[in-house]
Design a binder for this molecule. Structure first.
Ligand SMILES: [Zn+2]
Length: 615
C-alpha cells in the first residue's frame, strides 16, 4: 500500500512528531485516563468525541469514523494528499526528505518551497501597491463600488497589478524571487514571438487563491474596466503550475473550511466577489470554483471538510445548464448535493446586496436535492399523462444519471441509500411505472465494472470492506503482540484471507518482515499511506486493547487456534456439505446420529482451541 515513499523518512518524521502535540495545535485536549479528548472539528461536537492515544500515537473520532496517525491527521486537518502531509510534518521538524527523481535545485523553479515563497512575495507586493499607491486609485474605487470592505481587502490579500509590462520584474530585481521562479508561478509569461518576458496580470485587480492551509498558490485577476478591450479576457487565472491545479482548488477554502461541518454545508459559487460578499455577510462557508465547472476533484477536496454541498447557480440560462452537467458527477460522488438557482439575472453578490442575508439563508434552506432538481429539469414542460414518448425519454435520462450512483452496500451512507430508494418510489408514481421495472432498467444501465468497493471514499482512497471475525481476531493479535507476527506469517497463506482489507494488511506485515523491519503497531501504521486502511488498523488496536486480557494473555494459544482454523477450512467445507445433506434429508436415518456426533466433536475441538475461556 505504500506509494513508494521512503519508509525511513516516514519513520523519522513519525518519531519526531508527537500526536498529542500535533492535534493539540488545532484542538484543545484534556487528559482522561490514558487518553486525551477534544472536540472533533469535523462534526457538531458537544461532548468531546475526538480521542488521542499517546501510547499508540493514534487518534480517532467515533462519530465521524475517522482516525489514524500523525500523517492522516495532517491530511484531514490541512486537506492534503499523503506526500504533502509528509512534507508539511518534515518541514515542521526540520527533517529533509529525500527527493524523488532528479535532484531539485534549491530556490530554483522546481523547488516547491521557493514557489510558495514567491507567491507570498508577489501577493504582498501587489497588495501593497493596491492599498498605498496613488496609481491604484481606480482599482480601490472598483472594489469599493463592489462593496468589498477594506477589512476584506486586507484579510484576503487583494492586490492590484499596474498596467505595465515590467513592473513585477523590476520590483523583484531588488532582492525578490528570480525571473525563472516568477515564471514558474505563472506571474510572468514569455511571449512566443519575441521571447520577451512580461507581467501576466497587468491592469488587473488580483484575488490571491490560497490552498486549504492558507498558502497563496495562484492569482485570479479581474481586468479593471478602464483597461478592458476586445482582446483581453475579463477574468484570468494563473496558469497551472507545480503548486496550482485549478480543478483541485477553490477560492476561499482557507476561510470556509472552519465554517463547514456536518450541519453547515459548503456553498459553491462562481466568482471571487460572490465569495467575498458572502463572507462579509456572514456566509463564510462559501467558496468559488476557478473559471471551470465543478469537477470530481473539487468534490473530493470539499468532502474532506463537510458532507453537504449547495451549488449556488446564477439565475441565467448558462447557470441552469451547468446544473444538469454536474449532476451525474455528484450522484456518482456520493455527496449530499443541493441546488440553489437564484432568480433571473442575479448572482449571489447581487442577491445578497439587494435582498440581504436573511433572504439568502431562506433560499439556501429551500435548495432542493440534486436528484429532485434533476427530475424537475427533465420533466419541465412535459405532459406526463398524455405525452408518453417524451415522458419515457425523460425517465430514461434520469435513470441514466441514477445509474452512475454506486450500488447500495453496507458502507454506503444510510441517508444516501434511503434517498435512492425514495427516488425510485417517486419516479414510479410520477411516471406510473412499476418500481420493479425501474429497478430492472437501472440495473441494465449500470456498468458491470461497478464492483462494490471499486469506488473511492471521501479521502480519495479505496474503501476497505469490513474484516471477518476471524480476520479481526488475527490482526488484533498482530497489533497486541507483534512478537507473534513472524510465526503467523509463516503459517498462514494470504489466500486464506477472505477480504481485500485483510490481504492488504497481511502484505504490509509480510513485506515489512521480509525487509527485516519492525512490525509493531506504530511501524505498520506508518508504512500504510491510505487513511482508510490506517483507520482499520487503529480500530483493531482499540478493540484489542479493550479485550486486552484475552488477546494478550492467550495470544499465542488463540493464534494456534486461528492457524488450525485456517487449515481446518477444507474439513469445515466438508462438514458444511454434510450438514446440507442432513438438512435435505439425504442421509439414511441410521447414519444420522453418527454424523451429528462427529460434527459436534469437531466443533467442540475447534471452539476449544480458538476461545478456551469463553463462558
Ligand atoms: Zn467527528
Amino acid at each position: 500500500m505504500s506509494a513508494g515513499f521512503n519508509d525511513d523518512a516516514k519513520e523519522q518524521v513519525r518519531q519526531a512528531v508527537d500526536i498529542v502535540e500535533l492535534v493539540g495545535e488545532h484542538i484543545q485536549l484534556q487528559k482522561r485516563g490514558r487518553m486525551f479528548l477534544g472536540l472533533c472539528p469535523w462534526h457538531e461536537d458537544n461532548r468531546p468525541s475526538l480521542q488521542v492515544n499517546p501510547d499508540r500515537q493514534s487518534w480517532k473520532c467515533w462519530v465521524c469514523d475517522v482516525g489514524g496517525d500523525v500523517f492522516s491527521f495532517a491530511m484531514r486537518q490541512e486537506g492534503l494528499e499523503f506526500r504533502e502531509a509528509l512534507e508539511l510534518l518534515a518541514d515542521k521538524t526540520g527533517i529533509t526528505l529525500p527527493r524523488r527523481g532528479k535532484a531539485v535545485e534549491p530556490g530554483g523553479p522546481d523547488d516547491r518551497k521557493a514557489l510558495f515563497q514567491a507567491m507570498q512575495w508577489a501577493e504582498t507586493a501587489y497588495h501593497e501597491y493596491l492599498v498605498s499607491s496613488a496609481e491604484a486609485g481606480p482599482a480601490r474605487e472598483y472594489l469599493a463600488e463592489r462593496q468589498i470592505t477594506p477589512e476584506s481587502i486586507a484579510a484576503y490579500g487583494i492586490g492590484f497589478a499596474p498596467n505595465e509590462w515590467q513592473w513585477l520584474t523590476d520590483r523583484a530585481a531588488g532582492g525578490g524571487p528570480s525571473v525563472e521562479v516568477l515564471q514558474a508561478i505563472g506571474a510572468l509569461v514569455k511571449s512566443e514571438k519575441k521571447g520577451r518576458i512580461y507581467d501576466r496580470f497587468r491592469g488587473r485587480v488580483l484575488f490571491p487563491i490560497r490552498d486549504a492551509s492558507g498558502r497563496p498558490i495562484a492569482f485570479g485577476g479581474r481586468i479593471l474596466p478602464a483597461y478592458e478591450d476586445d482582446e483581453s479576457a475579463k477574468y484570468i487565472n494563473s496558469s497551472e503550475t507545480r503548486i496550482f491545479t485549478k480543478s483541485m482548488n477553490v477560492y476561499g477554502l482557507d476561510v470556509a473550511r472552519d465554517h463547514i461541518n456536518t450541519d453547515i454545508p459548503v456553498l459553491v459559487m462562481e466568482g471571487y466577489t460572490d465569495v467575498l460578499i458572502a463572507h462579509q455577510q456572514g456566509f463564510q462557508n462559501a467558496v468559488a470554483v476557478l473559471g471551470t465547472a465543478l469537477g470530481e476533484d473539487h468534490v473530493k477536496l470539499l468532502k474532506r471538510f463537510g458532507d453537504t454541498i449547495v451549488l449556488v447557480l446564477d439565475g441565467d440560462a448558462a447557470g441552469q445548464r451547468r446544473a444538469s452537467e454536474v449532476l451525474d458527477l455528484f450522484i456518482a460522488a456520493q455527496v449530499e448535493l443541493r441546488i440553489l438557482v437564484l432568480p433571473e439575472n442575479m448572482d449571489p453578490c447581487d442577491f445578497l446586496l439587494e435582498r440581504g442575508s436573511e433572504a439568502f439563508q431562506q433560499s439556501i434552506d429551500s435548495a432542493v436535492d440534486a436528484l429532485e432538481y434533476r427530475v424537475q429539469v427533465a420533466i419541465r414542460g412535459i405532459d406526463l399523462a398524455n405525452d408518453t414518448h417524451r415522458a419515457n425519454e425523460s425517465l430514461e435520462s434520469i435513470l441514466a444519471s441514477l445509474a452512475h450512483a454506486p450500488v447500495p452496500r453496507t458502507s454506503t451512507p444510510q441517508a444516501f441509500r434511503l434517498r435512492q430508494q425514495q427516488m425510485i418510489g417517486r419516479l414510479a408514481r410520477l411516471f406510473s411505472v412499476p418500481e420493479i421495472d425501474i429497478r430492472g432498467r437501472l440495473n441494465e444501465l449500470r456498468s458491470p465494472e461497478q464492483a462494490p468497493w471499486e469506488s473511492e471514499n471521501e479521502m480519495g482512497s479505496r474503501e476497505f470492506p469490513p474484516l471477518t471475525p476471524v480476520e479481526i481476531e488475527l490482526f488484533e493479535i498482530f497489533v497486541a503482540q507483534p512478537d507473534l507476527v513472524a510465526d503467523a506469517l509463516a503459517k498462514i497463506k494470504d489466500e486464506k484471507l477472505t477480504t481485500t482489507t485483510a490481504r492488504y494488511l497481511m502484505s504490509t506485515y509480510r513485506s515489512a518482515r521480509q525487509r527485516g523491519e519492525e512490525v509493531d503497531f506504530s511501524s505498520i501504521l506508518t508504512k500504510i499511506d491510505d487513511p482508510g486502511l490506517k483507520l482499520v488498523l487503529v480500530e483493531l488496536d482499540e478493540s484489542s486493547y479493550n479485550k486486552a486480557s484475552s488477546v494478550q494473555e492467550d495470544g499465542s494459544q488463540r493464534l494456534s487456534g486461528l492457524v488450525a482454523g485456517f487449515h481446518d477450512e477444507e474439513s469445515q467445507q466438508q462438514s458444511r456439505r454434510t450438514l446440507d445433506r442432513l438438512a435435505n434429508n439425504q442421509v439414511p436415518a441410521d447414519e444420522e446420529k453418527d454424523i451429528l456426533e462427529q460434527l459436534l466433536e469437531k466443533e467442540r475441538l475447534r471452539r476449544g482451541l480458538s476461545s478456551p475461556k469463553d463462558g
